[in-house]
Ligand binder design. Sequence first.
Ligand code: FAD
Ligand code: FES
Length: 296
Amino acid sequence: MSGEVPDTPVAQVAARLLSNEPVGAYRHLVLDAAAVAAPARPGQFVAVAVGGDDTAHLLRRCFSIHRVDPAAGTVELVVADAGAGTHWLVGLRPGAAVDVVGPLGTPFPLPDEPTGCVLVGGGYGSAPLGWLAEQLRAAGSHVELVLGAATADRLFGVEAGRRTADAVSVTTDDGSAGTKGWVSDVLPEVIGRSSATTLYACGPMAMLRSVTDVAAAHRAVAHVAVEEAMACGIGICMTCVMPVVQDDGQTKMVRSCLEGPVFRGDAVRWEAFADGRCAVPADAVGAPVAAGGGGH
Ligand SMILES: Cc1cc2nc3c(=O)[nH]c(=O)nc-3n(C[C@H](O)[C@H](O)[C@H](O)COP(=O)(O)OP(=O)(O)OC[C@H]3O[C@@H](n4cnc5c(N)ncnc54)[C@H](O)[C@@H]3O)c2cc1C
Ligand code: FES
């Protein structure tokens, strides 16, 4: 695996919005941002200023890069209208100026040799997987996609995936498209028939945990892109820290915006996450010591 953190030049760009089209429950945005597009790799993300010049929304919002076209200098995003900031963003018209910082974070590590790969996306978490699938197939890997969502309109990338990947499996929670159920319900069969050694996943934390478990049961390695809440996106505020086991066996609280968002699934301490929060495991480096724990 070529998983080293690239020395990626990060740019702040006054991008121009070239198009803003609906795609299922989401909006597909194309931005003219050549300095971000050129060095970007699948798994990386951008941090976008929202609200305009007079806004009270001081924090940027983070979005996976769906794909880039370095020749055209474009960066594409898939955005769900989730709250005040994304509502402003998806309401922009072509021609609007958008302040973008990127590419940020670590990309998905690519295998050194062609192998069987399964790419698993949940909701808008599927956004970076088509681009990744193209790169893996161009390097000779067998690529299968497993795309899931709560409902059919929240699936992303199914049609494009059928043109790009060797096979696409679809699940929805309500059965409105594909198999009724979760991606983890169909994953064992897909891994089995494709003899996959490597899984890539992006989506909700619970999904990433189950993908990691299924991968381990099949002696495969899962690389997961987490979407922990991020405030700065550039390593300063520590909002995004999460417990990850390091090469020396110690658990450290690491910044998912800088050391991630892509981690080996089996290194993440999944039990620390509950109810949308992340606790510091008692054995993590620097964890708070309980009162009366032996100090003076
Ligand atoms: C790496 C990454 C990739 C993502 N990719 C996508 C994607 O491809 N498509 C997509 O639609 N969404 C994506 N998201 C989720 C997206 O960033 C959120 O949906 C978006 O930030 C919501 O912003 P909002 O203003 O609409 O919602 P709000 O709920 O109003 O704001 C949420 C954001 O505000 C900030 N914030 C609010 N309160 C606090 C607080 N107390 N402390 C710190 N920060 C606070 C945070 O930046 C938080 O992300 C991604 C998130 C991450 C981290
Ligand atoms: S979001 Fe600020 S350090 Fe990661």
